[in-house]
Write a new protein. Structure first.
Length: 116
C-alpha cells in the first residue's frame, strides 16, 4: 500500500460516563471514522491520498470529536456526521474546511474542567 498524502487521526477515546470532559467516542467519533473511511473510498482517495485512522486521546476532549490532519498539522473539531461530506469534498479539492479548524484557544482546557 502506498504512503498517503494525508492521514486523518480520528479520536475514538472513550471516558467513563459522567466524566466532565466527556470524550470523542461519546460524541459519535466511532461513527464519524466509519463514515470517513467509506466516503474517502467512494471518492477514490483512500488508496493514495487520504487515510482515516483511529487515535486515542488527542487532548482536546472539550471540542470533540476531533480529527488531527497530518502532515498538515491542523485539527478539525466539533465534527458532526453532517460535516463528513464537506470534509471529503475539501480533500478532493485540496482545501481546508476552515469553519472546523481549531484555533489556539480551543487547545486550552476550560477552567471548569480542570481537576481541583
Amino acid at each position: 500500500m502506498a504512503k498517503r498524502k494525508r492521514y486523518l487521526f480520528v479520536c475514538v477515546n472513550r471516558r467513563p460516563d459522567g466524566t466532565p470532559k466527556g470524550s470523542c467516542a461519546q460524541r459519535g467519533s466511532e461513527q464519524l471514522h466509519e463514515q470517513l473511511k467509506a466516503k474517502l473510498k467512494a471518492a477514490g482517495l483512500h488508496a493514495t491520498d487520504v487515510r482515516a485512522c483511529t487515535s486515542s486521546c488527542l487532548d482536546t476532549c472539550w471540542v470533540g470529536p476531533t480529527i488531527a490532519v497530518e502532515p498538515d498539522h491542523y485539527f478539525y473539531g466539533r465534527v458532526r456526521e453532517e460535516d463528513v461530506d464537506e470534509i471529503v469534498q475539501a480533500f478532493v479539492e485540496d482545501r481546508v474546511v476552515e469553519r472546523l479548524v481549531l484555533g489556539p484557544e480551543d487547545f486550552l482546557e476550560p477552567r471548569e474542567l480542570k481537576p481541583k
